[in-house]
Design a protein around this ligand. Structure first.
Ligand SMILES: Cc1cc2nc3c(=O)[nH]c(=O)nc-3n(C[C@H](O)[C@H](O)[C@H](O)COP(=O)(O)OP(=O)(O)OC[C@H]3O[C@@H](n4cnc5c(N)ncnc54)[C@H](O)[C@@H]3O)c2cc1C
Length: 831
């Protein structure tokens, strides 16, 4: 048996095999170890459905790759994985569901996923066993279907072996030790004993440069072995198999198999199985399992069926397929299905560790295995994947995650599989959890909250004393009931002043003798002078955008870095690892995550200066905030009443404004002060939704939308923040990549009741030439606005394009960057 490899994959389910296959195909000497038999985790009992439907851009690519890849596996390996390309029909009982499909349709178009829409009459004609009289339509994917999960895993394993992977079964990993150059992985040979799998005395070590864990339901044990938190905890998921349905058997004598059927509003999927039906419900109340570990006695086992829990879905199947009423149950499966709090798996590097990768928490692991292997191998071998994998990155969760949080959120996620996936959805479980001190005050003033990285932050201020489900009811794929509130807030910032809570921002202090040289290499813009700030980007080694920073230089070697609120652990890990690598070259560098020590309020609008002037304690308050003493893009320590504030003169909304970074323990004091002083100036409380619209009028890119690991800052058209005179990480790669597509701002003449969400396809002469990455409503222009990426030759101002919304094409035009106040006169205004 091999004991030295380039990459060791731990876990022989679908996901582990998909990864081993692609690593080996990319040329890496790879080994896979499995504690039991291949597929003996969750893989063997999966229903094998391969749904292409997904609202996420990266996940859509992953699923699409898998479906295409599985179709090619037989030719490569000679193994037939039983891929039944029967198609997939997602039915809609109401218009809201159709709206969801229409939005999805645009996402699918951006990723090249073929799909059709069907009317109830068309469905009835093709599949007469379906009751369609209460349906409004459906989305149909003719190219997906289902596969035999064990067979496709074995086919990937065979393909992996053909590419040189050594696969060792009955080998359990029990420990990991990093030497500085490689992992020493402690292993135990497992043996059968009276039907149980037990550890033998045979222990040994495998040395691997890189390790990937794909341990399915054992993720909690893996987390303990690695000394980290992994919020992947399984939930019970059951499906039942019926006896043959005589009407189905008769129908099939002259007709092809039914597509996989999904009645999303009834929360189930159904497919044919030997003349009968398989029903898979996503019911309420499915409990989390194995919160701490999988018992030794649980091998390829199942839980008892809980028929009562799925009664409603069972009845709903009979309603939709009346012929199924007479058939009895033949079989049932209730197995653990892994989830994460947001439903996306955790794929990527482990925070704090080198060359350690995880691929855990898959709820659609059969569908995702091929694509995960493909893109993860790109990350490991090339340094980056061709798509931005941030939405799957394990570091999107911070150290604040607990077992209780993960378990309850994962149960919610399971329950939410078939809810309407509104883009403005905010899920309820485990909230509020991370709150700023002013949370209760904001709530009392009508704040409706969204959560980012666990933090509660106002998304808009609704009516006072609104019902608990006000926000829930206000959601829509079109303009929800919250829209009018956001319009008023956006107007207030343009006309008077608004106060935004930005406490969730990620904040790091970087200082020490090596700090200046390090940050100069780490970021692409020139560093600011002391007392000034700049906007800059840390690049990946592939030249794409890893993190956007506002850097405040407080002293020669003393910097304060502000980055996006959602990405604290993600940013911290990259920053620390890069600094650690560079310390021998540049000298000692200290990094402190001060995110939870500093609250942030952003005050912006024509009256912002007048409001602060009432509060500032200064020898000469009349000039303290003037352009001379406090110019745009500078930072000052000021005192507002008794609160010491690190004020930064920037505004993400494009108005005169300041960010007020304040000690978190004085937050309530400062809030009260600002509200009182702002009253007579018309200060309005403003949430994140209005802010998101306003920043698009200024073409300010947002991290996770326009900015990510699939585009360079030059592609993001941020040339003015890239100092090509200096050397910085990723510079050459950025230049080598060239301009594959270009970011631009578009004004849209869209439908009267819908704004784009930043997921829509952009077209020219009926051909897709780009996609929106942000979207919303512009108060200044009285129409829809968006930002996105298009073919470089089409990013010219004045180019007329079309955007697909609600299945129709709407006119849009590329406008100059910062269409609102392009000269920044409002931001620079003196006083
Ligand atoms: C009833 C049901 C129906 C489902 N239907 C579908 C479906 O239709 N489509 C779909 O895409 N998904 C479906 N799923 C989900 C799917 O089963 C999982 O997402 C998928 O199997 C996960 O694969 P995996 O490789 O991540 O994990 P697993 O298959 O659980 O594999 C992990 C492996 O790691 C091994 N391992 C763990 N720890 C160690 C260690 N320390 N050393 C060595 N080996 C270790 C385990 O023994 C196990 O074999 C379904 C799940 C259930 C429960």
């Amino acid at each position: 048996m091999k004991t030295h490899v380039k990459a060791l994959v731990v876990g022989g389910g679908a996901v582990g095999n998909g990864i081993a296959y692609h690593l080996a195909k990319a040329g890496w000497d790879t080994m896979l170890v499995e504690r039991d038999e291949l597929t003996s985790g969750s893989t063997w009992h999966a229903a094998g459905l391969l749904p292409l439907f997904n609202m996420g851009y990266a996940t859509t690519h992953i699923h699409k790759y898998s479906v295409d890849f599985y179709k090619s596996l037989e030719a490569e390996t000679g193994l037939n994985a039983g891929f039944a390309v029967v198609g997939n029909l997602r039915m809609a009982q109401n218009q809201e569901r159709m709206d969801e499909y229409m939005l999805y349709s645009s996402v699918a178009e951006t990723a090249g996923v073929y799909h059709e829409f069907m009317t109830p009459a068309q469905m009835k004609e093709r599949w007469p066993l379906l009751r369609t009289d209460d349906l409004v339509g459906a989305l149909y994917h003719p190219q997906d279907g289902y596969i035999n999960p064990a067979d496709v895993t074995q086919a990937m394993a065979k393909g992996a072996r053909q590419h040189g992977v050594a696969i060792e079964r009955k080998v359990q990993v029990d420990g990991y030790k990093w030497t500085g150059a490689e992992w020493i992985v402690s292993c135990t040979r497992m043996v059968e004993q009276g039907g149980n799998l037990v550890a033998s005395d045979d222990t040994f070590e495998i040395r691997a440069e890189h390790v990937v864990t794909a341990t399915g339901n054992h993720a909690q044990r893996t987390a303990r072995l690695l000394g980290i938190k992994i919020p992947a905890i399984p939930v019970e998921h059951q499906f039942i198999v019926t006896e043959p349905d005589p009407m189905l058997v008769e129908y099939r004598k002259t007709n092809p198999e039914h597509p996989v059927l999904r009645d999303a509003d009834a929360k189930w999927y159904v497919r044919e199985e030997r003349g009968g039906w398989i029903l898979g419900p996503y019911e309420k109340g499915a409990p989390a399992r194995f919160e701490y570990s999988v018992p030794d006695s649980f091998r390829a086992d199942l839980f008892p069926l809980d028929l009562e829990r799925i009664e409603a879905e069972y009845m709903a199947m009979i309603h939709r397929l009346p012929s199924s009423e007479v058939v009895g149950l033949k079989d049932d499966f209730n197995g653990p299905i892994c989830y994460t709090p947001d439903g996306n798996p955790l794929v990527g590097p482990v925070p704090g560790l080198r060359n350690m990768w995880i691929a855990e928490g898959f709820s659609f692991g059969i569908t995702a295995a091929g694509g995960t292997g493909y893109y993860l191998a790109q990350m490991m071998v090339n340094g980056e994947a061709e798509i931005d994998m941030a939405s799957l990155d394990p570091r999107r969760y911070g150290s604040w995650i607990t077992t209780e949080y993960a378990a309850r959120k994962n149960e919610e996620c399971y329950d939410h599989v078939f809810v309407l996936h509104h883009p403005d959805e905010e899920r309820e479980a485990c909230r509020p959890l991370r709150t700023a001190p002013v949370y209760d005050r904001q709530k009392a003033l009508g704040a409706q909250f969204g959560q980012v990285n666990g933090w509660e932050r106002p998304i808009y201020y609704g009516p006072l004393n609104a019902s608990e489900d006000f926000d829930h009811k206000s959601r829509s794929f079109r303009r929800g009931a919250w829209w009018q509130y956001a319009v008023e807030e956006a107007k207030a910032i343009r006309e008077t002043a608004g106060l935004i809570d930005a406490t969730a921002f990620t904040k790091h202090v970087v200082k020490g003798p090596g700090a200046t040289a390090f940050l100069d290499w780490f970021t692409c813009n020139a560093l600011p002078k002391v007392g000034r700030i700049n906007l800059t980007y840390a690049l990946t080694p592939a030249g794409t955008t890893r993190t956007e920073y506002t850097i405040v230089r407080n002293g020669e070697d003393d910097y304060y870095l502000v980055s996006a609120g959602a990405w604290t652990a993600y940013d911290a890990d990259f920053l620390r690892k890069c600094a650690e690598d560079k310390a021998p070259e540049f000298g000692y560098i200290e990094i402190h995550d001060v995110t939870t020590q500093w609250g942030v309020f952003a005050i912006a609008g024509p009256k912002a200066r007048a409001i602060l002037a009432e509060l500032i304690k200064d020898e000469n308050p009349a000039t303290a905030l003037s352009n001379k003493r406090f110019p745009w893009l500078s930072a000052r320590r000021i005192e507002l009443g008794m609160c010491p504030v690190n004020a930064i003169r920037v505004a993400y909304t494009g108005e005169l404004g300041w960010e007020l970074h304040h000690p978190i323990e004085m937050q309530r004091y400062l809030w009260d002060l600002l509200l009182k002083a702002g009253e007579k100036h018309g200060l309005k409380l403003v949430g994140a939704r209005a802010q998101n619209w306003l920043r698009q009028e200024k073409s300010y890119r947002a991290f996770g939308n326009e900015l990510g690991r699939d585009a360079t800052p030059l592609e993001a058209a941020l040339d003015r923040f890239v100092d090509l005179k200096k050397d910085f990480q990723g510079k050459q790669a950025m230049l080598d990549v060239g301009i594959r597509s270009k970011c631009c701002t578009l004004l849209i003449d869209g439908p009267s009741d819908t704004d784009p969400w930043g997921k829509e396809a952009l077209l020219l002469d009926g051909v897709k030439i780009g996609r929106l990455t942000s979207g919303g409503y512009s108060v200044a222009f009285g129409k829809q606005i968006g930002m996105g990426y298009v073919r470089p030759d089409l990013a010219e101002v004045g180019t007329k394009l079309k955007v697909r919304m609600n299945r129709e094409l709407w006119d849009c035009v590329v406008v100059e960057d910062s269409p609102f106040d392009p000269s920044n006169a409002r931001i620079r205004v003196d006083g």
